[in-house]
Design a protein. Sequence first.
Length: 365
Amino acid sequence: MATLLDDVAQKVHNNERLTRDDALGLFEARDVIRLGRLADQVKRARWDDRVHFVINRQINPTNVCVLSCRFCDFATKRGRANAYEMTIQEILERCSDELREVHIVGGLHPDWTWDYYVEMFRAIQSRFPQIQIKAWTAVEIDYFSKKFRLSVEEVLRRFQAVGLAALPGGGAEVFSERVRKSLFPFKIGSPRWLEIHRTAHRLGIPTNATLLYGHMETHAERVDHMLKLRELQEETRGFMSFIPLAYQPGKTQVVARSASAIEDLKTIAIARIFLDNILHIKAYWVTMGEEIASVALHFGADDIDGTIGEERIMHAADAASPVSLTRERLAELIREAGCTPVERDALYHTVKIHDDRVRCESTVS
Ligand code: V47
């Protein structure tokens, strides 16, 4: 009797789209290696053995936030010992000539002015014109729109005029009202998140999409989340990459430990096969750790994010990964997985293909 994996293999072979039930069934698959092989096959048909990475820097300008989401260890209130607010000078000090991308997201600050945000972009663009700015989650765009009484379109247009190249995929968490009510009741839900990304796509601003998993969500909620993304992508083609983020429990007590390696790898593999209209699937080494991220390159991922410089959100929740990796380490990680490192910019244009082979140094004396 044919198993679900046989059916999915046939669909992959015929280039047929998976249904919601197919994806849901794959989470129960016992043969994880076969699932990984199918995802790898889909990845290779598109990207061969190439794996993308970017020389980037994450900047989280403040952790002061008007929200207090139950799952978040990063946000705090003004006056608390761990609160910080960066000046534009401090932001510029975190940029350098070799960066291709800055990824800017932070807390919803109660007092910062519109001019401050705009000046931040202007200063980066004028001092570092080669840097592409990927900034603000849909949650921040929604906040700016309400706080500064501008439409979402106007907020995006004004940032675009001062250098906004792309929106990151954060703030999506998981598109489930059940989970939202429990973990982030005051944050926007899926209709607003999707509307903001739709507007960005219409203005020619490409975006990413994340899924926060490994807390209280079910497999069905993960699949429904991906389904909503697949549907919007059919309409706009504006998503560049999908990034499953493994929840780091930190001190929140939402769950005792983060998702298992098998859950990480299944989520990557299912995303690769199910999200057939999103080109890039990212194994985010910060949440997965270098080890699982490198295995994920054989489970359908074609991207590993970047050097990052100084990650604060996941590390506030005690992520065990380093806060930064060098270009050499990323390229080595990709090569060790038997793949070819492709350095890219924020919009996935190729900067350099590192196709030199792994050097094996013998130390025979
Ligand atoms: O929206 C918060 C998540 C997101 C935790 O677009 C947590 O290229 C795990 O969106 N454990 C922000 N996750 C980060 C983000 C992102 C990251 C990498 C690449 C891209 C991209 C986007 O981080 C938040 C939330 O979903 N998050 N706390 C935590 N403890």
